[in-house]
Every structure is written in C-alpha cells, then in structure tokens.
Design a protein around this ligand. Structure first.
Ligand SMILES: *Cc1c(COP(=O)(O)O)cnc(C)c1O
Length: 428
C-alpha cells in the first residue's frame, strides 16, 4: 500500500475531484475509516460529519444492517443485466418505492445516478408528447436557483448562473426559466408570487413538454426553501394547461425536509418523480424515475412502443439491496422525531449567526440548516478552520450549510452548529 504522502501526491497529480482544477487543486483530506457520524482522517483526526456525503448517508457510515444486506446480496450475485432478466432485490425495492410514493406513480425506471434519473424523466416527457402527436412540445420550464445535475439535458434546466453551467450555454437546449419563488416556506403564496410562473406558462405552454422543479427545497442552486402553497399553485396551473409536472426529489426524498417526500408538504402529486442520493443510504449510486400508468401507457402504446433508455447497470442488485435495507431501516426508526429534533437543534444552534453583520440570512427546514453570507467564503481556509474545530462542513459560494446524518445526537449536533457559528463569527 502507498503511504499517505504518495497517495496524496498521486491524487493531486492525476485525480479530478468535483469542480476542481488539475493544475491548482484544492487540498483533499484522506479518509481512513468512517463510523456513525464520524469520519476518521488518515492522521487520526476525527470529524463530525455535517454533510451526510451530499444528502446521502442518512444512517451514518458503516451501518451493520446495511453492511449485512450487501454481504447477503454479494454471496448470491453482484450484478446481472436488467435486459431480459430480473431479480428479487429490484422487484422488492420497486414494490417498496411504489408503495411509499404517491399512489398514481406506478411505473418505475432504475438508473445509476441522479443526473441520469433527470435525463430519463425528460425523455419520458418528450416521448409522452410524441406519442400524443404533439412533438412540437420540446421545451422544459424550470426555476431560477434550481439544480438538476451535470449531464447535458440536466444542465439545460439548471439555473443558468448559479447552476455552474453557463460555460456550455451555446450547446445546451434553450429552456424557459422563471424567477425563484419569493414566498418562503411556511408563508402563503400570493397572486404576485405566482404571477411570473403563470405568465411564463401563458406565453410558452404550447412548446412546453413539462415543468420540472425541486419541490420545497432548492438544493445546490441556492439552498432556498419556498412556500408549499407555491408548489400547490404550480400543480394547479400545470393541470389547467395540461402540462406534465416533474418533481426532482433527489435531494429532498427520504425524510430530509421532515416529510418522506417534500411534495407531501403541499399534498402535490407529480406526473414524474426523480429519486436518488439518500436512496441507498449513501452506500452505492442508484436512482429511480417513477411515473403514472397514464404516462407509461401512452409511451408504450405509440410507435416505437418502447421507452428508449437502458443503462448497463440498470437495477444493479447490490445497489437495490442496499436501498431496500436503507428504506426499511428508515421506516423502522423514529425518523420523524429524529428530524424534528435535528430541526430544533439547528434552529437553536445557528440562531446566533443571524446577529452577525456578515450574515444575510439563516434558515432551517427539517434536517437542513443554512447560513447565507453576504460574500462568498474562501473555501480552502474555511475548510481548514472547520477541520480544526473537528467537523466536516463544505460550504459553497455564500452558503454554509448543514445536513447531517439523521442518527446524529444532540451533543454532536451542538458541536457542528457551534463550529459553524464560531467560524462565521471570525470571518471579516
Ligand atoms: C444531486 C442532485 C442531482 C444530480 O444527482 P447526481 O447523482 O449527482 O447525478 C439532481 N437533482 C438534484 C435535486 C440533486 O440534488
């Protein structure tokens, strides 16, 4: 085995990390083990994890039940193609997902990552309209401040500025964007708040295939929480214009906002729903796109009679087994109470930040706490400060945020919020 210095030198010279330069990479920290809510670095330092590995590790790391589910599946088989074959893990997980999501969603497509689940959702909408002989419907309407992934189709519906993809703007399909909802979560949505959305539908509904958005919480595009009322009004307007509504629950799914799925805050049922991130409890990459029988029948009845997508690792048995175990673990736990306790811990722990002149806004919803600063942070130095404080927190731009594993206890949560508060208080 390479020693740590060699390992870091190779990593620095050859491995791209998310959104980084090969010539001037930011420092990376080698992890040697992870248990519960703690990451252990190669030099022995222990960090309390405030990120749940980007929304995914909801049960913490190295969980015995998830480990066991994978070992059991591995001893049967790790992978078989999903073309022409099926297996119990895919079927049982499918049954579970169809049971848990809104009742009209009855057809499920597995894929390997969130971005692909979004591509699949977009293709479903396009094929639906082709089947209905309205193939001029090729555009998507989405919200400013949204984030839906890094592949070409998904990039086209991300916020053109905060979505990090403006570099590709002359390659990407031109979509319709509406300003992000101004009405906050917990507030009503006025006529004025929904007016921009309504106006865009009026203008563009004939060319639109679907509206796609993140329900209630906009994640990587700005960590913004908006009114459930707004989402309910979006559903109503989509119905009036006979438009499909795609909800991207990749970040919000599996309890993060206090409901199993964020659309439940507004009692809204989508035509197509994307799941990913926490689906496997952070163990493996897996995603799913669900749709109604109406959409799947419409696609299947028209020429060429099939849905045109089929990833190599579709329905991977290991990933499905991990997902099934993760969902069972979640449902057997007292997750609603855990999230409510994290919510109150975040509210109390981050409250002091609202008094700092460098802070623009503090907001908390479910197990998500956000401190929005007036200026972008210097990532390298702030990360080092967090590590000194014994926590793993990775801000981006003006946003310092926490979304810990659901199993975090109050003491560790207090350490996290204290580290964030103290670090921000020292920013000039
Ligand atoms: C992370 C994310 C995606 C993309 O998922 P990947 O697994 O990174 O491809 C899509 N939509 C939302 C809302 C996300 O948070």
């Amino acid at each position: 085995m390479m020693d740590i210095d060699d390992l870091l030198a190779f990593d620095r010279a050859h491995l791209w990390h998310p959104y980084t330069s090969m010539q001037a990479p930011n420092p990376v920290y080698p992890v040697s083990s992870a248990n519960g809510v703690r990451l252990t670095l190669a030099d022995g330092r222990e960090l309390i994890d405030g990120m749940a590995s980007w929304w995914s590790a909801i049960h913490g790391y190295n969980h015995p039940e998830l480990n066991q589910a994978l070992k059991t599946q591995i001893d049967k088989f790790s992978h078989v193609m999903f073309g022409g074959l099926t297996h119990p893990s895919a079927v049982e997980l499918g049954k579970k997902l169809i049971d848990l999501t809104p009742a009209p969603l009855q057809s499920l497509f597995y894929s390997d990552s969130g971005s692909v689940a979004v591509e699949v959702a977009m293709k479903m909408a396009l094929q639906y309209w082709q089947a209905k002989r309205e193939s001029q419907r090729t555009q998507f309407l989405s919200l400013r401040g949204g984030y839906h992934g890094d592949t070409l189709g998904a990039m086209s519906i991300c916020d053109p500025v905060t979505g990090m993809h403006n570099l590709f703007s002359n390659v990407l399909a031109k979509q319709v964007f509406v300003e992000r909802p101004r009405c906050r979560f917990g507030q009503p949505c006025t006529e004025q708040d929904i007016a921009p959305f309504e106006a865009a539908l009026q203008t563009h509904h004939e060319s639109l295939a679907a509206v796609i958005l993140e329900p209630i919480v906009q994640g990587a595009g700005g960590m913004w929480f908006y009114s459930a009322d707004y989402l309910a009004k979006v559903r109503k307007l989509c119905d009036q214009h006979h438009l499909l509504l795609i909800l991207d629950e990749i970040a919000t799914g599996f309890g993060r906002t206090g409901r199993l799925f964020a659309c439940e805050h507004a009692a809204v049922i989508p035509d197509i729903m994307c799941l990913g991130k926490a689906l496997t409890g952070g163990y493996l990459s897996l995603a799913a796109t669900l749709t109604t029988q109406h959409v799947s029948d419409t696609i299947s009845q028209a020429d060429p009679g099939v849905f045109m997508h089929g990833p190599t690792f579709m329905g991977n048995p290991l990933a499905c087994a991990a997902a099934l175990a993760s969902i069972n673990l979640l449902l057997e736990s007292n997750w609603q109470q855990n999230i409510a306790e994290i919510e109150s811990g975040l509210r109390e722990g981050l409250a002091r930040c609202a008094n700092f002149s460098q802070v623009a806004d503090v907001r908390v919803l479910g197990a998500i706490g956000v401190v929005e600063l007036k200026q972008a942070v210097e990532m390298k130095s702030i990360t080092e400060q967090f590590i000194q404080a014994g926590v793993w927190v990775r801000p981006f731009g003006k946003l310092v945020y926490l979304m810990p594993p659901y199993v975090i206890n109050r003491e560790d949560l207090n350490t996290l919020t204290f580290a964030v508060t103290e670090t921000i208080s020292q920013l000039s």
